[in-house]
Design a protein around this ligand. Structure first.
Ligand code: FES
Length: 89
């Protein structure tokens, strides 16, 4: 299975609104996710100016899916869904 790409925005807006915590997510990954995700820090993803996306901090999955108002819990939960989905297909 290809690793799930997770881009965490560390631009100013996202950083101030919680991305600092998200940066530690790698240490909080449960065993079942550890070798399945590729976590990268990014400068402003250009999403913070688009209000309708949920608000900073933003995380992007696999270049396509955007999560606004991201938290460690939300990201871990989405990763579990993505891994389960990939394992079933
Ligand atoms: S600072 Fe995160 S999208 Fe701009």
């Amino acid at each position: 299975m290809e690793k799930i790409k997770v881009e965490i925005c560390c631009g100013t807006a996202c950083y101030l609104l919680g991305a600092a915590k998200l940066m530690n997510i790698e240490e909080e990954l449960p065993e079942n996710l550890k070798d399945k995700v590729d976590i990268q820090a990014r400068t402003c993803l250009g999403l913070c100016e688009r209000d309708h996306l949920g608000g900073a901090p933003y995380v992007k999955f696999n270049d396509t899916e955007i999560m606004g108002n991201a938290s460690v819990e939300k990201v871990l939960s989405r990763l579990n869904q993505l891994v389960e989905g990939a394992e079933q297909s």
